[in-house]
Design a protein around this ligand. Structure first.
Ligand SMILES: NC(=O)c1ccc[n+]([C@@H]2O[C@H](COP(=O)([O-])OP(=O)(O)OC[C@H]3O[C@@H](n4cnc5c(N)ncnc54)[C@H](OP(=O)(O)O)[C@@H]3O)[C@@H](O)[C@H]2O)c1
Length: 288
């Protein structure tokens, strides 16, 4: 069984981004600039934003954090539009979730698609769906990068994705079904009947549902590759918790040919993918 650990690979990817940015700077270009918008006081979001800003600083991407405890939807849209027109900002990221009553789709549709480094704008999702991706959402992009670096064959396989969110499951479906991957992908959700039976046909099983240890041995074919996107905090004692995935790792690992750990797997790839997308936005804006 291969443990698909991401630490070194995420670092290699970061280094590649840094090297390219360094050479662009030598050629006289300014540093790329990413605007990160955060609303509310979700502690997990604050940790993610901190990690993203630290990673940006490491590779030479400037960040500006717009942090609001409270803001109205129209005011947030106005902010997004003003950043859209700022020639000194290359990427815009709205940290999710947004607190009610703000609807994320109402905000995301206002992001300039050329600056949409998360790849969530409907036109970028459409481009991915039709096989001509512009920005691929960071988590699916990170999954693909990780599997390729471990030389996992990701073409013409039977792939099952559990979870159909717009940020993970659905873009995984498009990315892995379209050329050049050409897998046969089944997208499952909470209304899918006979889920273990469908999942257990998969050569590659990807899980992104947010339910700790949900996927058990009977979901997994002998020799399958299992990608666990889930990040769940599980209470194990009164004041003790640990991070676990959506897959019951301890009981499933013996059946897999390869499996991502949680933590230490897909989560680490997502930040490196964001850096790569920000570099891409910068290059596009500068016609490189
Ligand atoms: N590693 C990373 O970098 C990263 C990035 C993003 C998210 N995550 C993690 O990935 C997990 C999923 O996140 P998300 O944003 O995609 O979640 P989400 O928006 O809540 O979507 C969850 C999806 O799972 C499906 N689902 C829920 N319960 C199910 C069940 N019992 N059987 C089958 N399908 C079920 C839902 O189906 P319906 O559509 O039918 O409701 C939905 O499509 C979370 O743990 C999150 O923390 C990790």
């Amino acid at each position: 069984m291969i443990l698909l650990e991401a630490k070194n690979i995420a670092q290699i990817w970061k280094n590649e981004t840094k090297q390219e940015l360094d050479s662009l700077k030598i050629s006289g270009l300014r540093e790329p600039h990413l605007a990160i918008i955060q609303v509310g006081d979700n502690p997990a979001s604050s940790i993610y934003v901190k990690h993203k800003m630290k990673a940006c600083a490491e590779v030479g991407i400037k960040t500006t954090n717009y942090n609001f405890s409270n803001i109205s939807e129209p005011a947030l849209i106005q902010l997004v539009e003003s950043i859209n027109y700022d020639p000194l900002v290359d990427g815009i990221l709205v940290q999710l979730p947004l607190p009610a009553p703000i609807l994320k789709r109402n905000i995301i549709k206002y992001i300039n698609p050329l600056k949409d480094v998360d790849g969530f704008h409907p036109s970028n999702i459409g481009a991915l769906a039709t096989g001509h991706p512009t920005f691929i959402p960071a988590t699916p992009l990170g999954v693909q990068f990780l599997l390729k670096k471990y030389n996992i064959d990701i073409q013409q396989k039977n792939v099952v994705v559990i979870g159909r969110s717009n940020i993970v499951g659905r873009p995984l479906f498009y990315l892995f079904s379209n050329p050049p991957n050409n897998n046969t992908v089944t997208l499952c959700h909470r209304y899918t009947k006979n889920l273990p039976e469908i999942a257990s046909k998969a050569d590659i099983l990807m899980v992104a549902i947010g339910k700790p240890n949900f996927v058990t041995q009977d979901f997994v074919k002998e020799g399958a590759v299992v990608v666990d996107v889930g990040i769940n905090r599980l209470q194990i004692a009164d004041n003790q918790s640990k991070i676990v995935g959506d897959v019951d790792f301890e009981h499933v690992k013996s059946k897999c040919s390869a499996i991502t750990p949680v933590p230490g797997g897909v989560g680490l790839m997502t930040v490196s993918a964001l850096l790569s997308n920000t570099l891409l936005a910068f290059k596009r804006i500068h016609g490189i």
